[in-house]
Design a protein around this ligand. Structure first.
Ligand code: PGA
Length: 235
């Protein structure tokens, strides 16, 4: 399984170093684990077991873009995965589909695997518009990506209403969305994210999935270890 740990803007430097020590004690050997810390901590993170991921990338290349970190810079720091289009960035930073497209292309040109986050709002779910939202958005994004790059994009299905809420969708709802994504991008890896933890992982037992994107759970090495050891996680 591909397990992506999204630390968001958590930990100060000392707290992160302690966290890393705990993380190193977890046996991740049966999985591919990607740690996405805050970008200043990339240089503190060295591990043979864990891949380095970024939570964001600039939509521009090297140059005069104050405060931005380019894909070229991420590459030079050993980053091999990067989240794109997380709902917190779309809402807090007004990231558009055009921005997302540019970011994906910058990553692909630098041989970094984009993890594209996609999912519906609570009202779209209530109005039965989940499939429409996923189809429309994914189609728009796919259209602008050259065919030879498409396979490299990993999709994280993250219902916006589930992120950080403590509520996860039913197995049927998750499966429906995963199938919608797989119909458009057969063969691409698809992850689930949104309030996943060591207790509710059983919900995903019979779903054909390639991995998980976890936020809150990633901050607690003890619970993360329980999650990894859970028999419901197939390797
Ligand atoms: P959560 O976050 O696991 O805390 O819901 C997931 C995410 O935002 O990627």
């Amino acid at each position: 399984m591909l397990i992506v740990l999204n630390n968001k803007s958590n930990f100060n430097k000392k707290g992160y170093q302690e966290y890393l020590c705990h993380l190193k004690r977890i046996d991740f050997s049966n999985h591919t684990v990607v740690l996405c810390p805050s970008s200043p901590y990339f240089i503190l993170t060295e591990s043979d077991e864990i891949y380095l991921g970024s939570q964001n990338v600039s939509k521009n290349s090297y140059g005069s873009h104050t405060g931005e970190v380019s894909a070229e810079q991420l590459k030079s720091l050993g980053v091999s995965y990067c989240l794109v289009g997380h709902s917190e960035r779309r809402y807090e930073e007004q990231e558009s589909i055009e921005d997302i497209n540019k970011k994906i292309m910058c990553l692909l040109k630098n041989d970094i695997n984009p993890i594209l986050c996609i999912g519906e709002t609570a009202s779209e779910r209530e109005d039965n518009k989940t499939v429409e939202r996923i189809n429309n958005e994914l189609t728009k994004i796919i259209e602008s990506i050259p065919q030879e790059y498409l396979k490299k994009i990993i999709i994280a299905y993250e219902p916006i209403w589930a992120i950080g809420s403590g509520i996860i969708p039913t197995a049927e709802q998750i499966n429906g969305s995963i199938q919608t994504i797989k119909k458009l991008l057969p063969g691409n890896k698809v992850l689930y994210g949104g309030s996943l933890n060591e207790k509710n992982i059983a919900t995903l037992l019979n779903i054909e999935i390639d991995g998980y994107l976890v936020g809150n759970l990633s901050l607690n090495p003890e619970k993360l270890n329980e999650f990894i050891l859970n028999k419901n996680i197939v390797n």
